[in-house]
Design a protein around this ligand. Structure first.
Ligand code: ZN
Length: 196
């Protein structure tokens, strides 16, 4: 579904898409370039060794693509609609990779099923973070109207006491039309960006 975003947000999301595509293309070029160089440098060793080397390189390249979140960057598109279902996934408890040493951290992933204008429902990852007892289970509720812009990690709940900015996340007064921090247009309803 394509949304009818205000011009400044259209520009913002287009930039994010171009950035994600450029990043993916550069990464693939680097991976292929290194492989070509590797094959040229090892032209004299046995075929079996080269096959093993190639297999190892594919694994390293796949790991790189995963770590750099290439796929996530490309697919992190704009969506808006009503939350139909919320699913909270608790990951493995760990003691590292978060703020505050000594505390326990659980990576939690909050997925929301969003009923989008036009009749489609899609699952989206609304949050994935190491949380130390933070209350993320009740962050989203069924029936909430939400909006998310391409390339950001922000999922705004509409109709709250404050209007959240979809670009920078700042809280704004309900009466404001533009973000007081970054100046972008504030999305106040799904209706506002719905494509007729
Ligand atoms: Zn803002």
């Amino acid at each position: 579904m394509r949304y009818n975003l205000p011009n400044d947000l259209k520009k913002f999301t287009r930039k994010k898409l171009v950035g994600a595509v450029a990043f993916a293309v550069i990464t693939v070029c680097v991976i292929v370039g290194i492989y070509v160089g590797l094959m040229a440098a090892t032209a004299k060793i046995s075929v079996l060794r080269r096959v093993i080397m190639s297999a190892a390189y594919v694994i390293v390249a796949a790991a790189l693509v995963y770590v750099l979140k290439i796929w996530r960057r490309l697919t992190n598109g704009t969506y808006a609609g009503k939350v139909k279902k919320v699913s909270v996934n608790r990951g493995v408890e760990s003691r590292s990779g978060g703020v505050g040493q000594g505390s326990r951290f659980v990576r939690r992933t909050v997925k929301i099923l969003v009923f989008e204008p036009g009749g489609r429902t899609n699952w989206h990852v609304a949050l994935s973070a190491n949380t130390a007892g933070a209350d993320v289970d009740d962050l989203f509720r069924e029936g909430d109207d939400v909006v998310h812009l391409r390339g950001t990690s922000i999922v705004n709940i509409l109709g709250a006491k404050h209007v959240g900015c979809c670009v920078c996340g700042a809280d704004n007064a309900v009466s404001a039309d533009f973000c007081q921090k970054c100046g972008h247009t504030l999305i106040k309803s799904v209706e506002m960006i719905k494509n007729d």
